[in-house]
Design a binder for this molecule. Structure first.
Ligand code: FES
Ligand code: FES
Length: 228
C-alpha cells in the first residue's frame, strides 16, 4: 500500500507522518500524533465527538482523510487550555456541570468555540441550533446550553480577547478541501433525525480502543514545540 507524506500543524506544533490514503484524520491525530483528546463515537459523521478546527472552522475529523489535511492548521481540544488555566468555555462547562461521562465533551467544546466566535451574543434558541450537530447521551443538554450562555457572557466581557481562533483563511489546503466539499460535512447542523445508535458507536469506540492498544502511538514526527 502506497504511503503519503502529511505535514500539518496542530495547536501550534508541526507534525509530519507517512500514512495510507485511507487513514482518517481522526486516526492520524489520535494514533500518529498521540493526541487522544479527540474522541471517536459513531465514526460516520453523526455524533460530533470528533469535532476539531481545521483552518479555523469546525469539521468532523472522522470524515476527513489525513491526506486532505496536508498543510492545514488544526486545533484540537488539547489546544484550549493554557497550562492549568482553563479556556473560558471549559470553565463554564465545569461550573455548570455540563458533562457527565465526558465522552462527547471535546466535540462540544470545539463546536462551542466556533459557535461563540461567530455568535458572540446568542439566544438560547441559537445555542441549541448551533450545538444541534453534537450528541450527548448523558446530560439532557440543558446544562450544556447554560454553560455556553455563561461562556458567551464571559467572553463578551472583553476579558478574554485572545481565546478565539482566527476565522477560516484561504490556503492551498483549503482549496484542496473545497474541491471535495460534498465529502466534508460541517460540524454544525446535522439533520435532527440523524440520531445515531450511540450504543453501536460506543462498541465501535471500544473496539477501536482495543485495536489502538496494538497500534504504535505517536508515530508522527513532532518538529516544533508548541508556543507558550
Ligand atoms: S465520530 Fe465523527 S461524527 Fe461521530
Ligand atoms: S457527557 Fe456523556 S455523552 Fe455527553
Amino acid at each position: 500500500m502506497a504511503l503519503h507524506d502529511v505535514r500539518l500543524r496542530i495547536n501550534g506544533t508541526e507534525y509530519t507522518g507517512r500514512v495510507e490514503a485511507r487513514k482518517t484524520l481522526a486516526d492520524f491525530i489520535r494514533e500518529d500524533c498521540g493526541l487522544t483528546g479527540t474522541h471517536l463515537g459513531c465514526e460516520h459523521g453523526v455524533c460530533g465527538a470528533c469535532t476539531i478546527l481545521m483552518n479555523g472552522e469546525a469539521v468532523r475529523s472522522c470524515l476527513l482523510f489525513a491526506v486532505q489535511a496536508d498543510g492545514a492548521e488544526l486545533m484540537t481540544v488539547e489546544g484550549l487550555a493554557d497550562g492549568d488555566r482553563l479556556h473560558p468555555i471549559q470553565q463554564a462547562y465545569w461550573e455548570h456541570h455540563a458533562l457527565q461521562c465526558g465522552f462527547c465533551t471535546p466535540g462540544f467544546l470545539m463546536t462551542s468555540l466556533v459557535f461563540l466566535r461567530d455568535h458572540p451574543h446568542p439566544t438560547e434558541r441559537e445555542i441549541r441550533e448551533g450545538l444541534a450537530g453534537n450528541l450527548c447521551r448523558c446530560t439532557g443538554y440543558q446544562n450544556i446550553v447554560a454553560a455556553v450562555a455563561a461562556a458567551a457572557e464571559a467572553l463578551a466581557s472583553g476579558a478574554h480577547p485572545d481565546f478565539f481562533p482566527a476565522p477560516a483563511r484561504p490556503t492551498a489546503s483549503v482549496e484542496q478541501i473545497e474541491a471535495t466539499e460534498d465529502a466534508v460535512p460541517a460540524a454544525h447542523g446535522a439533520p435532527a433525525d440523524m440520531q445515531g445508535d450511540g450504543a453501536t458507536g460506543a462498541k465501535k469506540a471500544g473496539r477501536r480502543g482495543a485495536r489502538g492498544a496494538t497500534t504504535p502511538r505517536g508515530t508522527a514526527r513532532r518538529t516544533r514545540k508548541p508556543k507558550g
